[in-house]
Design a protein around this ligand. Structure first.
Ligand SMILES: [Zn+2]
Length: 300
């Protein structure tokens, strides 16, 4: 593998490491959103009042059960949370929160609707895509096969609706218990495009990369023009970022360079092919201390 590929793979891996960190705060997410934009050179300004960050900030102030409701969906029937949010039956009614944010920043009703239409279906993407990545990375380790083979097995498992006998007669209909995760990751991967921007002042065309999301575009240069950030909030597309980082990391050879810490459970990336099982020296020491304590207790 070329040296530059390894460097890029580690950079993307470290972004994923930050994104999947169990203790990541809304402040970390804001920095992650901005560093993704830089990592991929995308013309997108993440505002301090980004709608996904505002919601993350609110969720992290809640008691653990409420936090878990939003953060841990995969094990439950996933669609339930989405439906709850849509019907404003979730504990924090985050749909209403998004509406309120739009009322504060946008004057006209029609503009508000244009803003909210793409925002509403992805209110919980920040957390659900974390789970998608965690789940997929764990399965790849479990299957002990080339990652592409593992993901194909996984995506087959999730999309089988029917079991048939040898005469092709349906004997059982299975409804998938989880969303088709791999399909979703693949589908969102492609949503970064390159556009030609016309700069009339100096008569040039410039190529700009943008997220392909309906409606909400927040240009980088516009954010620089209005540093007070008293403008329409961005809506950082976590599902696009997470999908992009996930596949790029694997395509660059990341399969041999990641693991989940034996002590704290966090995803981590290693600069050399993987021998390590802890994310940090701290976790190694904590685990060793615990083992020694247990040994001492067993002796007494
Ligand atoms: Zn650890």
């Amino acid at each position: 593998m070329a040296k530059s590929d390894i460097k890029r793979m580690i950079e993307i891996g470290q972004w994923i490491e930050g994104y999947l960190k169990a203790t990541a705060t809304s402040w970390d997410f804001l920095n992650l959103a901005r560093s993704f934009v830089d990592l991929y050179n995308i013309d997108y300004g993440v505002t301090k009042n980004d709608i996904t960050i505002a919601i993350a900030r609110m969720i992290e102030e809640q008691p653990k059960e409420i936090q878990d409701y939003y953060k841990i969906n995969l094990t439950a029937a996933h669609s339930v949370v989405g439906r709850d949010i849509y019907q404003k039956k979730d504990p924090l009614k985050i749909y209403r929160v998004a509406e309120k944010i739009s009322e504060e920043c946008i004057v006209f009703d029609e503009d508000r609707e244009c803003f909210l239409t793409p925002v509403l279906p992805c209110l919980n993407d920040l957390y659900s895509y974390r789970e998608y990545l965690q789940y997929s990375f764990k399965k790849i380790m479990e299957f002990k096969q080339p990652w592409q083979v593992s993901l194909m097995t996984l995506s087959k498992e999730q999309t089988i609706f029917t079991k048939r006998d040898e005469n092709n007669k349906i004997i059982e209909i299975n409804k998938p218990k989880t969303l088709p995760i791999i399909f979703s990751l693949r589908h969102n991967y492609k949503k970064i495009h390159t556009t030609i921007y016309e700069n009339k002042d100096n008569q040039t065309f410039t190529r700009l990369k943008q997220f392909t999301v309906n409606g909400v575009f927040t240009r980088k240069d516009r954010i620089k023009q209005y540093p007070c950030e008293n403008i329409v909030p961005s809506n950082f597309p976590w599902k696009i970022a997470a999908s992009r980082a996930f596949f790029d990391f694997l395509f660059l050879g990341g399969q041999d360079y990641y693991g989940f810490c034996e002590w704290c459970g966090n995803f981590f990336v290693s600069k050399r092919k993987l021998k390590k099982i802890y994310c940090s020296d701290n976790c190694r020491a904590s685990h060793r201390n615990q083992i020694n304590r247990e040994k001492a207790a067993a002796k007494n």
